[in-house]
Design a protein around this ligand. Structure first.
Ligand code: ZN
Length: 213
């Protein structure tokens, strides 16, 4: 079991990000059993849930003449326009039914502000509005953040960079994540994360170390 200063943050394991979902991440469903396995080794687990109003600014359908995956300039910067996904209180926004982390302590719902997207579990896309997660983790004595979930190059990467910026040691478990990879976004995300001091491991690295220590 990981020490109490470790937290596993499980990002956006929701049906809309799975094959067949509204914003499907290729092989996104493959992360579920990996996450279930590694989560058992953490006493502290936090889940995130993308959770948008139907009128959300990130949906291409809410901008006349715009198509999903185009980029648009919003008051806070460049925004990729997405298909309608993870609408509050729909089946696609629920936690995935096979995700089995009964001991998760908190669920952070993000992207609930109509005019601001939030890839990161820590800071919304305007880069100023906090979700409250930094304070929660500090208050509960966390020093090291492990990340898994969807998608590597968006919500996982933004969360990892913000965790580093907030002063947490940060580790991404690569095989517990899958990427969207839009126009080279995956390579860019890894470059940014590794450049910021985020560590990249696989679930085997964790489990091997667990059995040898
Ligand atoms: Zn979203």
């Amino acid at each position: 079991m990981k020490p109490v200063e470790d937290v596993l943050i499980v990002v956006d394991v929701q049906p809309d990000f799975m094959p067949g979902g509204a914003l499907a991440v290729a092989r996104g469903d493959e992360v579920v059993p990996v996450i279930n396995r590694i989560a058992a080794g953490f006493s502290h687990v936090v889940l995130t849930q993308d959770w948008h109003p139907r009128s959300h600014v990130s949906f291409a359908a809410n901008h006349a003449g715009r198509q999903p995956f185009e980029t648009m300039t919003l008051p806070y910067g460049e925004q990729v326009l997405w298909p309608v996904h993870c609408v509050q209180d729909t089946e696609g926004a629920a936690l995935h039914r096979d995700l089995h982390v009964p001991h998760a302590r908190m669920v952070v719902r993000k992207g609930h502000h109509e005019h601001v997207d939030s890839y990161s579990a820590f800071l919304e896309a305007d880069r100023t509005t906090p979700t409250g997660l930094t304070g929660y983790l500090r208050d509960t004595g966390v020093r090291r953040v492990w990340l898994a979930g969807l998608a590597t190059d968006y919500c996982v990467a933004w969360s990892a960079l913000d965790a580093r910026a907030a002063g947490f040691e940060t580790i991404v478990i690569e095989d517990a994540c899958r990427a969207i990879d839009l126009d080279g976004s995956l390579a860019r995300a890894w470059r940014d994360m590794l450049g910021a001091g985020v560590r990249r491991v696989t679930s085997n690295d964790i489990e091997t170390r667990e059995t040898t220590t």
